[in-house]
Design a protein around this ligand. Sequence first.
Ligand SMILES: O=C(O)CCC(=O)C(=O)O
Ligand SMILES: [Fe+2]
Length: 296
Amino acid sequence: MNQDKPSYQDNLMKFAAKPAQEDAIQSYVDEINENGCIIIPNVLSPDEVADIKGALAPYWADKKGRTDFEGFDTERIYALLAKDTRFAKIIEHDLTMAIIDQYLFPSYLLWGAIAIKINPGETPQHFHTDDESAAAPRPRGPAGISVMWALDDFTEENGATQYVPGSHLWPDGWTVEEDDPRIKKAVMKAGSIMLWMGTVVHRGGQNYSAETRLGITTQYCQPWLRPVENMSLAVPPEKAAQYSDKIRGMLGYGLLAGSFMGYVDGLNPKRLCEAAAEKLGIEQIDSMTGQPVNKD
Ligand SMILES: O=C(O)CCC(=O)C(=O)O
Ligand SMILES: [Fe+2]
């Protein structure tokens, strides 16, 4: 045994010591630490919003929710990375990655990536937190970070996400009444994002307008938590091969950083993507440009 090799605990401590941030990221992190969440406008251009909407367009048929949580008047599209490579642009966007790097251990996973279209007449979701499956006592650090990408304008009337600033600090047993004045609505223009800690109390809003409210939520979790979407089955190696190493890792084709958790037959599962790419001649795409990565 090599006694000099750092232990898993040593590795965790190394990862926990975050480097100093650029001022812009630090100011976002300060706001998130205080409120549990942040709204950032103009993250996507109108062209980028149109492109992402176009990527969703073929998949809308008959996607009404099956439970009150999904919403009986809400349509959802799951497994986005199995459907179109254009979704990679938001799933590994530089800005959200830089913020999420501050909260989750390296090798964090994509917990879910879901398009959510709230139709007129939809009732509100129940208030919830996204990381409750971590089942650890609150208050605590978040086990996940969620992002909502507004593809339509989110308005007072059309079902903008509702949230309670500061609720990330609440202990277990929290409740929220319908008329609680602390409830806010994430009113924002298409192209904006809301990012929140997995500990923040929130819900999809009621749509009492005549328009739909379309957003994509991309959610990330600590690498030791089980994602809501089983990503490596949803996006098999032959599809994952198109994506960056970062996305492959977030889909489960990687190991828990500093450990061997996640082996497949004794090997790092990233090799499954590499083997599929080589066998099928699949090119890795750059998610920002949509073009093949230049390997030179
Ligand atoms: O649609 C929304 O505004 C929120 C959805 C949500 O909270 C969720 O899916 O976890
Ligand atoms: Fe949620």
